[in-house]
Write a protein that binds this ligand. Sequence first.
Ligand code: NAP
Length: 247
Amino acid sequence: MTERPYVTLSCAMSIDGYLDGDPPRRLAMSNAADFDRVDEVRAGHDAIMVGASTLRRDNPRLLVRSAERRMRRVEAGMPAGPAKVTVTSSGDLPRDAAFFTAGDVDRYVYAPVARARRLRSRIAGAATVVGLGERVTMAAVLDDLADRGIRRLMVEGGGQLLTQFLADDLVDELQLVIAPFFVGESRAPRVVGPGAFPWTAARRAPLAETRQVGDVVLLRYALSERFGRPAPVLRAQPRQLATLGAR
Ligand SMILES: NC(=O)c1ccc[n+]([C@@H]2O[C@H](COP(=O)([O-])OP(=O)(O)OC[C@H]3O[C@@H](n4cnc5c(N)ncnc54)[C@H](OP(=O)(O)O)[C@@H]3O)[C@@H](O)[C@H]2O)c1
């Protein structure tokens, strides 16, 4: 069986643990320097995943913005951008969402088998729709992505997705950014919902790094023994940057 992809969870939350404001209010948690850091992290992954609510609400493009990073990927024999992945049980995915329209990359939509059939005809050609059982589990998504050649998956939220990956102990690395403000709105999405998480007061998550990025702070937690496994593109960086510099 193919090894499961290395999973990096990446998200930004307020000091009081919210991912966003009370809908429809949307809040920018991060700053420009941190968005650029996230772009670098994206460039080191084969695929980026968001939940369907994030896809509908934020309409993210999920692309590598830096032309230099895209070029580095191509020089390392990878597609210019990571594949895009989402999961839905309702099948309510707008066909004109940036997930489908932005960038020339592979796209995968996971759904329960019964929903996948209808979804396939509705978004024909825009993405590969994969039906996975009666209820989609993140473990099954990872196994399927591994079979499709995905070795590194970056999960960017929202809270429902983060909760499932963490509670199912499928995460190698958590990159948590703390924004310097409070949200304080009871209906706003929290970073995770209730769950039986493997990291408890009795089993504390190993903190591998803290880094200040302007007015936010990045916390990196090592959640598996695979933590820190280098990304192929990043590993190849010095040689490729030298090559780029010579042009
Ligand atoms: N601050 C950050 O770093 C950050 C990052 C990302 C998102 N966000 C914010 O997070 C909020 C959204 O978070 P959220 O927790 O509400 O939603 P979410 O995790 O983005 O998406 C949840 C949706 O994904 C689908 N889904 C999740 N698990 C599934 C499963 N096992 N099987 C089938 N479908 C599944 C369902 O879609 P259907 O409803 O279609 O069935 C579900 O409603 C937004 O406000 C967004 O801005 C913040």
